[in-house]
Each structure stands twice: as C-alpha cells, then as structure tokens.
Design a binder for this molecule. Structure first.
Ligand code: ADP
Ligand code: MG
Length: 705
C-alpha cells in the first residue's frame, strides 16, 4: 500500500538512447528526472530500487532456465538480420556449457557490429522460452572480463528515455555528495534498534551479495525499517509543528455564559429528545475547545444517523450567544438545504436569523442575504461551499462548520480551511481566526487519523440515538424485481416511505438520468395509487428542495432517486431502501445510502439488488454490507479494499501521502515515531528540525493545511 508502487512506470527503460534524441539533450534529461520526482540530491538518495539483480558472479549458459535472469560470457557463433515477421537482429552466444539465442526487435547499426561472429561478450538479461529454445530478448551487452560488481545490482523505477545505467550513476553521485549523516543521536537510534541512516541507505542502493533479496524487495529488511521510521517520524514532527503553529494563532475564546442567557441551554430545553451520552460528551469537548484563545480544529466523527447535526447546532449556538456568526457548509445543495431547514427551525424558535446561500439563488435574494451576513443581522449562515468560495463578507465569523468533509477530498478540505481563515480578514475581529468544526460520517480509522489528521482533535459519537431498530439488509437478485415492487407496496401500506435508488452509470450522466426517469415511469405504473416522486442531480435546487420537502412531509410515498440522496438526507419515516445494481456502488457509498433509513422507530429494511456476474470485489463489498452496519467496521473494510489514497480522496491531488511507510503494516512504528517526535521537539528541537528538513521538502504545505 505504500506509494512508490503506483509510480512504477509502465514503459520499460529503453536500452539505447539515440544521440540527438530528446532524452540526450540536457534539458530533456532533467525533465525526465523531474518526472520521477527527482530534483534534489536527497530525492536521488531516496529513490530506491524496485528489485535487484545478482551480477556478482557469472553463470554457465547451460544453466539458463526460463524466466530466470542470466549473466554469462560467451562467443558469438551466429548473427542474422531477419525481416519476417518483423525486422529482428538475432544472434547465438556459446560457452563451454551450451548456447543461447539473443534477439533484438529494434536495433542500431552498432549493435549489428557488436554481434560479429567470433566476438566475445558479457551478456545479461532475462531468459524466456522462444521458438527455437531459450532466448534472451534485448539483453544487455558489455565487455567480457570486466570486474564483476561486488554488490547486487539495483533496478530503479524509471521512465522512457532514462537508462538504468544513467540513474545508477546519478544515485551513486548522490551517495557521494549528499548528506547521509544520521539525523538521530546514536543513543536514540540504538534504543530503537535502528540501523544508522547512511548504512541503511547504502545497503538499499548496493546490497551485499548475501543480503536477503526477499527482505529487500518486500521492504522488511532492517534498512527499510529505518527508512520507513524516518519518514513517519518526519511526518509526525511536521504535524506537531502544524499543531503548534495553530496554537500561536488567535481566536476569540467563547466560554460558557450564564445559564439564563444561554442559547445553548435554551436550545437544549427545546429539543424533543434528550441527547445521548455520546452527544453530551462531544458537545462538551467542542465547547471546551471553543473556550480557548486559539482556533479549534475538531473533527466530529459519527456514523450515519448518530445525530451530528444537533451537536453542530449546539456548537453554533455557543458562537451566536457571544454575538458571533456561525456558518455551515455542505458539499451538495441538497444536503445544505437539509441543514438549512433544521437550522432555520432552531433559529426561529430562538429568535435568530438564519440565511441560505447557494449559487442557485436569484440575484436580488442573494444580495439581500449577503447584506444580512455583512451587517451581522444574520447569525447563522448555511450553504454549499460556493458560499465561501465566492468571497462572502462576514460581520464577525466565530465558527465554521463543514459537514461530510471527507467528500471534499483532502486538497479541497485544505483549500476550504484556508478560505475559512481568510474569511475573517476583513471582519470585526481582525487577526482572529474562526473556530472550525468538521463533521464526517466516514469514520477514519485510528491509525489513518494519526497519520494524516494528527493536527485535528477528534470527537467520536459512538452511540446511536435510542429507539432505533437495526436495519435488516438483504441481498436480492435483480430478477426478483416483481417481488421487490410488492415489498414496496407493503411498506407503504404499513405507513412507511420508500427510497428507490437507481443504478450508478459511471460512463454517462445522461444515461443515468434516463434510467432514473424510466424507473420512475415504471414504478408509477406498477404502484398505481401511490405517489411516486423523482429526484436527480439535474433538477434546479428549488425543485430538489421541493421534492425533498414533499417526501419529508409524507406527500410522496416513494422517492426514486439517483445518488443525490447519498449524504445527510434525513426523513425518519422512511423505512425501506431499494438500491438497484448495488454491485456498482462503493462500500462507503452503500453505507451512506443505507443510512437514509432506520432513522425512526420503524423497522427498516435495505434491499441490495444485484446483477450477476459479480466481480470478486463486488462480492466482498456486498458481503460486508450484509454482515455489518457498523460504520467503523465498514470504513475499515473499505480502506482495505481501496487503500488510503483513494479512501481519503487524495488520489486526484497527485500528492503521495507516505512514500515508503504503510500506515497499517507499520502501525507499531507509527506509535514510536509519534512518541519520539514529541520527545525531540521538546528536548532537542534542532534534531527534530534537521530530521524534518531532510524528509519534508515540498510536502509540508500539503500536510499542514
Ligand atoms: P447524522 O449524524 O447522520 O448527521 P442526524 O444529525 O441527521 O444524523 O440525526 C439523525 C436523526 O436522529 C435526526 O432525525 C435527529 O433529529 C435524530 N436525533 C439526533 N439526536 C437524537 C437523540 N439524542 N435522540 C433521538 N433522536 C435524535
Ligand atoms: Mg448529517
């Protein structure tokens, strides 16, 4: 799961670079190295081999075995250029033990000269079965009798136009020139049982012939442990620095106020339910952060339906009772609208003004709302992320709430958090940063949170509101659709409501829309007498809101939907969820969808309709859905299936999170790295700095957000 594997470039390095070709020009070569991410000497030091070849001894030609590598010396006994089926250079090489065929598909004139009958060469490469016995295709050729290397030969990740020889030379130069001193004092290094840095680096680039190649290639060799530990340590130092930098920033402390004047207290009293113990705990954690004089960065995690919204609202009330504004942002209009409905109801009960902001608003209304935000008339502001991206002027922003933040992806999350900080620049409290609360329904496993979100404090709602009956999940073959439709009728007869989710059509949005329309028509017909609504991404935000409103008001019995309902929608009376082509959805997505039911006291069912044949991975996903409805367990399995980059939405950002360490496999080192980071920053800050400098060039900005 470590990253470099993704960087292995498909094209094989070509062996011969023609003079005057692009790669031979100096600028060209630099660009090629840059493509591999190799700019500084340290980059070269840390460009580790993918595998190794043993050229430390010569073999007998007669010992050649298919698919093994071979390093031999012999005499050319035959050389031909053939033109059928393509232009080939073929040759035969012989020693006392036997003969092997050599073949080149593209070749240069000098190679033809090399292969003159009677000449002796050292030849190495991989052996393959060919038409006429064993052969080597595009073997490497060098002078015979040259001294053999006394270390294993590294094979580096490369790119078209860069030879292994060239890369090796650059790395060799880096090993001479770059600083490979240990950043860690010997006492610490020995305590942790780590190899010296220089020794580790050298033994990865030029391992001794007796080194265990499997350990090297599987990255379990002590040299690898040192590299991975160093990387984790640098990351932990960097995150701790970021946390400290945040603590240096100022925010207005928003402590508890007198009970009789507190909006928080009033809101609590007006709620139709009692908070769960978990909700109470996280509200306290959030309020405690907000009472401090530096900005809160808290991540609120809770499974779908765990009741995050009311917690967020109680955080908002704390800001508002201090005369500050609070803004709530969501990734989609539909989710933002849901929040708006809830927040404005709460606002109204407390005599506050809550305004709605989205890109879909008409110009006059938007102007009016923006004015209310700028004057401070509006205490609560809800909208999509377009909200702050368009440069809203707040009167005095005290709290930024971002819902379902994982949907934004890592890079967007960072952009948002910068924007939020800038948002206050022109506000009433210059130099003060707003507090930030982000909410996520996808629980981030602990190790991952430690690795990538260590600058966030995390609150977890690990309890569901009472009175929920667990959702029954059933896997149903698509050819039982008739029965499923009967089930829909049954659920409605019993007073429930139904979501029918249409298949995801990744390759075509138009087709997806058409499918939704067709399904709507079909269900309207099949369920004569019931009201069937349709919602999809192409509707205007007003229309979407109208449909959602009709569904929550119970005017629609069945709602046919595309995945626009995936996040956050809350209609407690909905008790049946049908998902067509469930095999096409990702695990997190399925879990989110399923979370739309089971929100009230009604017994809820989720039917996952699938179409055969199922891929192995789809089977694993559906099985997970069937086996558990615990969001943490789902997240764990999802992470296993997809890997952290994709899980965090970081893949598109093109930035590797960790190049060498695997946050899960190396979890034991992660904890040690974290401890050492704390220790070094406290007692030997110059060591911490030096270590970070070696590893973190160019990566800091990304991690710190
Ligand atoms: P999510 O965490 O998925 O955002 P919501 O905040 O939408 O969940 O809450 C889901 C539902 O549970 C809502 O209808 C909400 O009113 C209700 N709810 C929240 N907290 C409680 C509670 N303590 N007791 C009963 N119902 C609650
Ligand atoms: Mg929610």
């Amino acid at each position: 799961m470590a990253y470099p594997k993704a960087q292995i470039l498909k094209s094989k390095p070509s062996l011969f670079v023609k003079k005057g070709s692009k790669a031979a020009r100096p600028g060209g070569v630099a660009a090629l190295y840059e493509k591999l991410g190799l700019l500084t000497p340290t980059d070269f030091l840390l460009h580790f081999p993918l595998r190794y070849e043993d050229e430390t001894c010569l073999q007998a030609i007669g010992s050649a075995r298919p698919y093994a590598s071979l390093n031999v010396e012999g005499e050319v006994t035959q050389a031909d250029v053939t033109y059928r089926p393509r232009k080939y250079l073929t040759a035969k090489l012989r020693d006392d033990s036997g003969e092997i065929a050599l073949r080149w598909i593209n070749f240069y004139p000098n190679q033809l000269q090399q292969m003159q009958v009677g000449k002796r060469w050292r030849v190495r490469g991989e052996v393959r079965p060919g038409f006429n016995g064993l052969e080597m295709v595009h073997p490497r050729v060098s002078r015979p009798g040259a001294p053999l290397p006394n270390t294993l030969t590294p094979v580096y990740p490369s790119t078209e136009g860069l030879t292994q020889k060239a890369i090796r030379a650059r790395i060799e130069a880096a090993l001479q020139a770059a600083d490979i001193d240990d950043t860690l004092p010997d006492s610490i290094r020995e305590r942790l049982g780590l190899l010296p840095f220089g020794q580790a680096i050298k033994s990865l680039h030029r391992p001794a012939p007796d080194a265990c190649v499997a350990d090297l290639e599987q990255r379990t060799h002590p040299a690898w442990i040192r590299v991975k530990f160093d990387e984790l340590l640098a990351q932990q130092i960097s995150l701790a620095d970021a946390r400290e930098a945040r603590r240096q920033k100022k925010a207005q402390p928003l402590p508890k106020i007198k009970k009789s004047e507190s909006l928080v207290e009033q809101m609590l009293k007006s709620l139709p339910f009692e908070l769960t113990a978990a909700q109470k705990r996280v509200v306290d954690e959030i309020h405690a952060d907000m009472a401090l004089d530096f900005p809160m960065h808290r991540l609120l995690q809770g499974d779908v339906g765990s009741g995050k919204t009311v917690v967020a609202a109680l955080a908002a009330m704390r800001a508002v009772e201090h005369g500050k504004q609070a803004v709530v942002m969501a990734p989609t209009e539909i989710l933002a609208e849901q929040h708006f409905l809830k927040f404005s109801a709460w606002a109204q009960a407390l005599g506050l003004q809550c305004v709605w902001l989205s890109s879909g608003l008409s110009a006059p209304i938007k102007r009016k709302n923006l004015a209310a935000i700028a004057s401070g008339q509006a205490q609560l502001i809800v909208g999509t992320q377009a909200l702050i991206q368009q440069g809203v002027n707040f009167f005095d922003l005290g709290l930024v709430i971002v819902d379902e933040q994982h949907r934004f992806g890592v890079s967007q999350r960072l952009a948002l958090s910068h924007k939020a900080e800038q948002a206050n620049a022109t506000a009433l409290s210059p130099g003060l940063y707003p507090h930030q609360l982000t909410m996520s329904a996808t629980p981030i496993p602990r190790t991952l949170a430690m690795t990538f979100f260590a600058d966030l404090d995390v609150s977890v709602i690990d309890e569901r509101p009472p009175g929920r009956t667990p959702i029954k999940t059933k896997l149903v073959s698509a050819n039982r659709r008739e029965e499923v439709i009967e089930g829909v009728r049954q659920a409605v007869t019993e007073g429930g409501q139904v979501y029918w989710v249409c298949p995801l059509v990744e390759e075509s949005e138009a087709l997806e829309l058409q499918t939704a329309k067709d399904t709507h028509a079909l269900l309207t017909q099949a369920l004569a007498g019931l009201t069937v609504g349709l919602i999809h991404g192409r509707l205007s935000s007003q229309d979407k809101a109208a449909v959602m409103h009709a569904f929550s008001a119970g005017e629609l019995a069945v709602l046919v939907a595309t995945t626009v309902i995936e996040v956050g929608v809350d209609v407690p009376n909905a008790s049946l969820m049908v998902i067509e082509h469930a095999e096409r959805f990702g695990l997190a997505q399925l879990h989110q969808l399923r979370g739309r039911v089971g929100r009230g006291s009604r017994e809820s069912i989720c039917l996952l309709l699938f179409e055969k044949p199922l891929s192995q991975e789809a089977q694993t996903r559906l099985k997970a859905m069937y086996e558990t409805d615990d969001g943490f367990e789902i997240a764990r399995r999802d992470l296993q299936l997809r890997g952290p980059g994709e899980f965090l939405g970081a893949r598109q950002s093109g930035l590797a999170l960790l190049r060498f360490a695997d946050f899960e496999a190396d979890a034991q080192w992660l904890a040690q790295a974290q401890d050492l980071a704390t220790e070094l920053r406290q007692h030997q800050p110059e060591v911490a700095q030096k270590h970070k400098d070696r590893w973190m060039q160019g990566r800091e900005a990304f991690l710190n957000g």
